[in-house]
Design a protein around this ligand. Structure first.
Ligand code: PMP
Length: 429
C-alpha cells in the first residue's frame, strides 16, 4: 500500500499542529504506523490522499449512520447555504429540530443545541449542579464524556488510548469533585453515594459504553441507577452522544426502557456537522438561562447549516424506523462472521455487540468494564489494525473504541470485512 502523500502531509502537519492532528486518536499512536489523510468518501468507503480505498468502520466516530454522501443531507446543506452561513439569531429550523428531538427521545421535554458532545456534557453537569445545589458528580471508569475538566478523570477513548488517565491542567479541586466507579457495578455506586450523602449532583454514564470498546450494561444495571438517583435526589444523565439515534430512534433509553433526567447528544444529531445537544425534564431544563439562573450560551449554537443537516438526518431516521433493524442485522452478521473466524482458528477473543456497535477485544476474558477491557493485548490489536488497513478496512485506531456500522454496508461489503478479519487473524498466529 502506497501512502507517500499521507506521509508527506503528516510530516508537514507536525510542524504546525500539535502532534500533527486536531484530535489525538487520529495520530495512530496506539496502533503504530503513519496516519492516513483522507480526501473523500462515498457510501461505505473512504479514499485517502494516495487514492487508497477503505471500507469505513468509523463513520466519523458515529455521525455517518447512513454512510457517506447521503443525498438528502447534502441537499439540505447546499440549500441552507444559499440563505446564510450564520445569523446568531433564532431561526425556524431550531424550533423544528427541537420539536422533532423531543418527539423522538422519551426523556427529553426541552432541549438546548450546542456545538459538540463536549459542550453538551459540560453544560448538563453544570445544570445538574445548579439544579441540586450540590458540587460532586460521579462518572464511570472507561467512559468518555468529552474533554471538559471534570471528565478527564479515569476517562476512556483517546484518554485511555494515550495512557493519560488524568490530564495535567485539571485542578485538584475539580478532580476532588469527580467520583469514579467501575462500570456495571451497582454496589460500588451505592457505596460512593453513601459516603458522599447529599453531595452528589449527578451521575453521568454512557448507557452502552463505546469508549472502552463496546460494553453493554448488565441486566438491571440502568434501572438500579435510576432507582438510586430517585431515592437520593441525584440527577441521572445518560450521555447518548454515541448511542443517541443509533441504537434506536430514542437511543439507549428507549431500548432499555430507563428514562434519565437529562440526556446529552452529539454526532448523529448533526448529520456530520458540528452539533451537540442536551435536554431532559422541563423542570430541570428551565433552570437554563434565560429562563433560569444557570448560564450557558453559544455564538454558533443552532447554526442554520448544522440544523439543516441534522433535520434531514433525524427526519430520515424518524420516517424510516426499519433502519434500526437493518443496522442490527448487518452488524450481527459481521459479529457472527468474526466469531466463526475465531472458532475456526481456535482463538478465544471476546466480541461485544449491541445494535450497530461492535468490538473485538483481544482478550479471553468477558469484557464488562474498563478493568476487563484493559486485559486486552493492545500490541496485538495494533498489528490487527494495520493488517486490516492493508486489506482495505479502516477500523477505529484503538482497542478502546467501538466500530460504527452504517446502513451503506451491505452483505457483500460485510463479507469483505469478515474475509479481511480472517486473513489478518491468520497472519497474526
Ligand atoms: N460523550 C461521548 C459518549 C462521546 O463518545 C464523545 C466523543 N466521542 C463525547 C461525549 C464528546 O463529543 P465531542 O467529541 O463532539 O466533543
Amino acid at each position: 500500500m502506497k501512502i507517500e502523500r499521507s506521509r508527506e502531509l503528516f510530516s508537514k502537519a507536525q510542524k504546525f499542529i500539535p502532534g500533527g492532528v486536531n484530535s489525538p486518536v487520529r495520530a495512530f499512536k496506539a496502533v503504530g504506523g503513519d496516519p492516513l489523510f483522507i480526501k473523500s468518501s462515498k457510501g461505505a468507503y473512504m479514499y485517502d490522499e494516495d487514492d487508497n480505498k477503505y471500507v469505513d468502520l468509523i463513520n466519523s466516530w458515529g455521525p455517518m449512520v447512513l454512510g457517506h454522501g447521503n443525498e438528502a443531507i447534502e441537499k439540505a446543506v447546499t440549500e441552507a447555504v444559499k440563505s446564510s452561513l450564520s445569523f446568531g439569531a433564532p431561526t425556524a429550523k431550531e424550533v423544528e429540530i427541537a420539536e422533532l428531538i423531543t418527539s423522538m427521545v422519551p426523556g427529553i421535554e426541552k432541549v438546548r443545541m450546542v456545538n459538540s458532545g463536549t459542550e453538551a456534557t459540560m453544560s448538563a453537569v453544570r445544570l445538574a449542579r445548579g439544579f441540586t445545589g450540590r458540587d460532586k458528580m460521579m462518572k464511570f471508569e472507561g467512559c468518555y464524556h468529552g474533554h471538559g475538566d471534570s471528565f478527564l478523570i479515569a476517562a476512556g477513548s483517546g484518554v485511555a488510548t494515550m495512557g493519560t488517565p488524568d490530564s495535567p491542567g485539571v485542578t485538584k479541586g475539580t478532580a476532588e469533585d469527580t467520583l469514579t466507579a467501575p462500570f456495571n457495578n451497582l454496589q460500588a455506586v451505592k457505596n460512593l453515594v453513601e459516603k458522599n450523602k447529599d453531595q452528589i449532583a449527578a451521575i453521568i454514564l454512557e448507557p452502552v459504553a463505546g469508549n472502552m470498546g463496546c460494553v453493554p450494561p448488565e441486566e438491571g444495571y440502568l434501572q438500579g441507577l435510576r432507582d438510586l438517583c430517585d431515592q437520593e435526589g441525584i440527577v441521572l444523565i445518560f450521555d447518548e452522544v454515541m448511542t443517541g439515534f443509533r441504537l434506536a430512534k430514542g437511543g439507549a433509553q428507549e431500548l432499555f426502557g430507563v428514562i434519565p433526567d437529562l440526556t446529552t447528544m452529539g454526532k448523529i444529531i448533526g448529520g456530520g456537522m458540528p452539533v451537540g445537544a442536551y435536554g431532559g425534564k422541563a423542570e430541570i431544563m428551565d433552570y437554563v438561562s434565560p429562563s433560569g439562573p444557570v448560564y450557558q450560551a453559544g455564538t454558533l449554537s443552532g447554526n442554520p447549516i448544522a440544523m439543516s443537516a441534522g433535520l434531514a438526518m433525524l427526519n430520515h431516521l424518524n420516517d424510516h424506523p426499519e433502519v434500526y433493524q437493518q443496522l442490527e442485522d448487518i452488524t450481527s452478521y459481521i459479529a457472527a462472521g468474526f466469531q466463526e473466524n475465531l472458532d475456526k482458528l481456535g482463538l478465544n477473543y471476546t466480541i461485544n455487540q449491541l445494535g450497530s456497535m461492535v468490538s473485538l477485544f483481544f482478550t479471553d476474558q468477558k469484557v464488562t468494564d474498563f478493568a476487563t477491557a484493559k486485559t486486552s493485548d493492545t500490541a496485538l490489536f495494533g498489528k490487527y489494525f494495520r493488517g486490516m488497513l492493508e486489506h482495505g478496512v479502516y477500523l477505529p485506531p484503538s482497542q478502546f473504541e467501538t466500530l460504527f456500522i452504517s446502513t451503506a454496508i451491505d452483505k457483500s461489503i460485510a463479507d469483505d470485512i469478515i474475509k479481511a478479519n480472517y486473513e489478518v487473524l491468520v497472519s497474526l498466529k
